[in-house]
Design a protein around this ligand. Structure first.
Ligand SMILES: *Cc1c(COP(=O)(O)O)cnc(C)c1O
Length: 362
């Protein structure tokens, strides 16, 4: 019927087939409206209900209280690198950044336009292959927030426990692991995520913001740079990316059908174990980039004995319908991105391919 490949691209990334099919089935006639969801006014009751339901489902799935607002923005996670400090950092104040990857570094660089940036830790010299221990974090005396990247997409590392910063709000870029595992949202003042890895297609950025933080935001900003605008107008100040939000809604419904975040976390652990086990049992043929206790459940990064073998691996995998495995240029080697929507069968196919490739080339 279909010729779907197993798609390991880091983002935009694979989406659940039932989600794509549902979108296809109602593409020209959304919920008996006689119109595509793309053609409906964002001011209509029908659209606003859809958007509100998307926010409600996200809050239910993440078990977050009513003191948080879910906002729908554009500009990707990259705009949030600037928008966070624009709203909360001033020249006389300091924000702390935990630099565990190049997206984290970009976020810190953007903040320098607005105030003092204190790097509480930086693992760049080790090519970001690990998540630091709590004892390594050297916080400044009175930061307005502490920023971290929960999953380092390029390097394949992930914070498994978040640092304890007391009353200082954590701000997290969760672009590549939101909804992949349960976590306690309370220490977080703000969470942002571009949708195109774990939530849906590109075009919408989810921001989850705690009300007490909103009260502290700089009011003297252009209207589209203020979180307050999106809160006050229910993310409908201007035209939101309606189709992308609709797709996120479908993904969230699918996730609920899978049993929610706990269930998907368990499956993500099983999926990642399939691939990490092959790496660990390969006698050094496959070498993981990330240190073992920092390993990500979302992005598995590894090298082979030579770049020639790595190229051969990518070519042979592509022929088998295993797509998008080439690593990021700053790490080299291979990267398998196995977000929520990647099936157990896809990970099994990759693990089997890796064993076979080792047998033939080891
Ligand atoms: C992909 C990614 C980004 C960049 O997102 P854009 O939406 O393209 O701006 C930022 N942070 C992390 C952790 C990512 O994985």
């Amino acid at each position: 019927m279909y010729e779907r490949v197993y798609n390991f691209y880091p983002g935009p990334a694979t989406l659940p087939l039932p989600v794509l099919e549902a979108a296809r089935d109602e593409l020209v006639n959304f919920q008996s409206s006689g119109m595509s969801v793309m053609e409906i006014s964002h001011r209509s009751k029908q659209y606003e209900a859809l958007q509100n339901d998307t926010a409600d489902r996200l809050k239910r799935l993440l078990k977050i209280g009513d003191n948080y607002k879910v906002l729908f923005l554009q500009g990707g996670a990259s705009l949030q690198f600037a928008m966070v400090p624009m709203n909360f950092l001033t020249p006389d104040k300091t924000a702390d950044y935990l630099v565990t990857g190049s997206f984290a570094e970009k976020a810190a660089d953007e903040a320098k336009y607005f105030g003092q940036v204190h790097t509480a830790v930086n693992t760049k010299e080790e090519n970001f292959r690990r998540i630091p221990d709590p004892a390594e974090l050297k916080f400044s005396p009175n930061p307005v927030y502490v920023h971290l990247t929960s999953n380092n997409t390029i390097y394949g590392t992930q914070w498994h426990t978040f640092p304890d910063c007391g009353d200082v709000p954590l701000v997290a870029d969760m672009s590549s692991d939101i909804l992949s595992r349960p976590f306690d949202v309370k220490p977080f003042g703000l969470i942002y995520a571009g949708a195109q890895k774990n939530l849906g297609p590109a075009g919408v950025t989810i921001v989850i913001i705690r009300e007490d933080l909103l009260a502290k935001a700089n009011p003297n900003l252009p209207v589209m740079y203020r979180y307050e605008t999106f809160v006050k107008h229910n993310s409908l100040y201007n035209t939101p990316p309606t189709f992308s939000i609709y797709m996120v809604w479908l993904v969230l419904k699918w996730l609920e059908e899978q049993g929610g975040v706990e269930a998907i976390h368990k499956r993500n652990q099983e999926k990642a174990a399939l691939i990490y086990d092959v790496i660990d049992q390969s006698g050094g043929f496959y070498r993981g980039h990330a240190e073992k206790n920092s390993r990500s459940l979302m992005n598995v990064t590894f090298r082979l004995p030579s770049t020639e073998l790595e190229e051969k691996f990518v070519r042979a995998a592509t022929e088998e319908g295993l797509i998008g495995l080439k690593g990021h240029r700053s790490v080299g080697g291979l990267r398998a991105s196995i977000y929520n929507a990647m099936s157990y069968e896809g990970c099994k196919a990759l693990a089997d391919f890796m064993k076979d490739f080792l047998a033939k080339n080891g």
